[in-house]
Ligand binder design. Sequence first.
Ligand code: NDP
Length: 331
Amino acid sequence: NQIILLKNRPDGKPQLSDFEFTKEEKPQPQDGEVLLKSKYVSVDPYLRGRMRDVASYIDPFELNEPLQSNIIAEVVTSNNSNFNEGDFVNGMLKWKEFQVSDGKGLNKVDGDKASLSAYLGILGLTGLTAHISLDKIADLKKGETLLVSGASGAVGSTVGQIGKIKGCRVVGIAGSDEKLTLMKDKFGFDEGINYKTTKNMNEAVAKACPNGVDVYYDNVGGEILDAAMNNINKNGRVINCGAISLYNETGPQTGPRYEGIFVKKTVLMQGFLVRDHVKEFGPATQQLLEWLNDGKLTYSETIVDGFENIPQAFLDLFEGKNKGKMVVQIY
Ligand code: NDP
């Protein structure tokens, strides 16, 4: 039974050498337990934060212990009356091929309603993040301009599509021309900016958003956030969902320097954590499913094969190698 441990706390950009593969005997489920086989493993930018030894909204990973993320697993043996062999479940599980669980925190998923991997993305935490955060903070109005960064990723691509459902003009920022094409052709964005080939982001945002930015959905932080703030409209809303451009920074970070803009433009900026909204997951999932079934919402996934490729898939998030949700499939 293969396991992936955190070997070192990364210094700056994580490396493959920060992870260690090891083996153990396949575990045996006791009374009340199930034996799970991992099938789809989610790799997510926030895991980088858990590799630091600092207190946060979620505990740091321990050194020389297995990493964890959301995993879709198959119940291969059940000694727990709530689960049958052949059930598929979603839970915060360890990076192990096989593991036992007492069933706490496991949610059954229905592979007939949607593909199993979709429960890690569009019907999982990234889809829920997009939908609930917009619902709580953005107050999107028809005809407004919604600017989103990380726009071809799992959260960003969903945010942009919900913006279109709400009748907004949607502009996305991403790291390749191929991603801009995907955003426009598949996700219905109106305009795209390639931040890697753009010299002046302030000007590029101004050009792509001639009526200014009413809502900025921030997945990346840093200079792109600055460019968005420089183009924000009166009564603009800014959702701080993530700041991936800063996750591997080692130096001290400066805070927002937008005091003038906040006051003059009476801007609302609010952080969001999807884990604070568990009570809303049920209705939000229903809404996402409805939009999917009505053809109003779609999604992309980058599916990497093989348990041994989980660390590399995680590292690739920071290189923008994914389009939509990054998932590792295990046979
Ligand atoms: P994505 O699917 O968006 O994957 C990450 C993407 O980030 C990459 O594809 C890459 O695309 C982009 N990226 C990587 N490095 C940089 C950089 N230096 N500058 C700009 N863009 C970069 O991941 P998720 O959708 O899972 O997550 C998106 C954001 O949302 C993250 O910040 C994450 O932490 C946050 N998040 C927050 C949650 C919450 O509750 N607050 C819940 C879930 C996610 P490109 O090619 O465009 O560079």
